[in-house]
Design a protein around this ligand. Structure first.
Ligand code: ATP
Ligand code: TPS
Ligand code: MG
Ligand code: MG
Ligand code: MG
Length: 325
């Protein structure tokens, strides 16, 4: 295999998006846009940091890398259209492995009619994939973290902590007999909540964030950006039945600080709560009300956790942090 036949092998023969003018094959891609706002995000996926040859098969590497990127488009409310893939490939990876990585991306991209329109290929020491995703929202309909207000309802999709539980099971084989496949799949093939997020478009205001580093981190990002306090009820944080087999200390650690669940959390005015419920119903997405927003100055920019016994404490930004030394 050489670089050019590799590129040829990943190139789509046809494109699904009608706005594409030039896809793979020149110095850059070209698409034409007139009426909507364009949303762009990038996330990297690195061997030894996000996966090892023990935690993921090549197919999962591609799937999970694109899923994380799509999750950011979901958090903006965007409709995905294009992706570009830069990949650094160590010598030990075979053509078959690379095909599987791209098949993982392709299968997920198909669910959203996305086209691969470019990228870059280099050799490297660790497998590294950097994806850029591009999508659209109606004019001025992207959802931002800084729009949360007093009395909003705080919500989250899905269940939290599953991905880290799956990661733990992969690393401790044979020790758990319940929900193994479910939890491991949540780690390897998370579902970006695009369909749910797209249904929110009629709502006047939603503050939205995807959960890549753990809800403790993402809830604080909304609180800080909006200068409000997010109050969360510990007993309302949704976890799967399979997470309950683990010691409480691990359940707590994973649901708040685990990350890589790629669920969405956000806040919405009380009057629009029924619209969020409708979006969840229509897209068969699990939805939980987990708290409320206050603007009291004492707790501005903070997240407060409420326990059943009326005890409260600050939930600090202790999620996954790449640069914490
Ligand atoms: N090295 C960088 N250079 C330029 N901008 C960056 C860089 N790293 C992050 N950003 C920007 O900083 C903002 C926050 O990025 P961050 O990666 O924390 O968000 P995220 O993708 O939602 O989280 P995660 O990476 O955990 O999925 C985004 O606007 C992102 O584009
Ligand atoms: C081999 C291996 N070691 C550790 C982890 C855990 N992990 C890596 S990155 C991340 C947060 C999200 O990253 P990002 O901020 O880049 O989206 C988490 C929880 C893993 N998945 N695989
Ligand atoms: Mg990022
Ligand atoms: Mg994000
Ligand atoms: Mg991200």
């Amino acid at each position: 295999m050489d670089e050019f036949s590799f590129i040829d092998s990943i190139k789509q023969k046809t494109y699904k998006q009608s706005s594409i003018i030039k896809g793979i094959g020149d110095d850059a891609a070209v698409f034409r846009q007139q009426t909507q706002d364009i949303v762009i995000a990038k996330d990297m996926f690195v061997e030894g940091v996000h996966f090892t040859n023990n935690t993921m098969e090549p197919y999962h590497i591609g799937y999970r890398a694109l899923a994380a990127n799509l999750s950011d488009l979901a958090a903006m409310g965007a409709n995905p259209a294009f992706y570009l893939v830069a990949i650094a490939i160590p010598k030990k990876w075979s053509t078959v492995d690379l095909d599987s990585i791209y098949q993982g991306m392709k299968d997920l991209a198909k669910d959203y009619q996305m086209d691969l329109i470019g990228g870059d290929t280099v050799s490297g020491e660790e497998l590294t994939i950097s994806i850029t995703v591009i999508g659209y929202v109606d004019k001025a309909k992207a959802w931002y973290r800084e729009t949360s207000e007093d009395n909003d309802i705080v919500f989250v999709t899905g269940t939290l902590g599953d991905s880290q539980a799956g990661f733990h099971i992969i690393n401790n084989p044979g020790q758990y007999d319940q929900g193994e496949d479910f939890l491991i799949k949540r780690h390897r093939m998370p579902t970006p909540r695009i369909h749910f997020a797209r249904e929110l478009e009629p709502i006047s205001r939603v503050s939205l964030n995807d959960i890549s580093d753990g809800i403790a981190s993402e809830a604080n990002e909304i609180a800080e950006a909006s200068n409000v306090c997010l109050h969360l009820y510990d007993s309302d944080i949704p976890i799967s039945e399979h997470l309950r087999q683990f010691p409480l200390s691990l359940q707590t650690k994973w649901k708040y600080y685990g990350g890589e669940d790629f669920e969405l959390m956000g806040t919405v005015p009380e009057k629009d709560w029924h619209l969020i419920e409708k979006a969840a119903e229509k897209t068969k997405t699990k939805l939980s009300k987990i708290g409320f927003v206050s603007s009291e100055s004492k707790f501005q920019g903070q997240v407060i956790l409420h326990y059943n016994n009326d005890k409260i404490e600050r939930l600090v930004k202790n999620g996954y942090n790449h640069l914490r030394r």
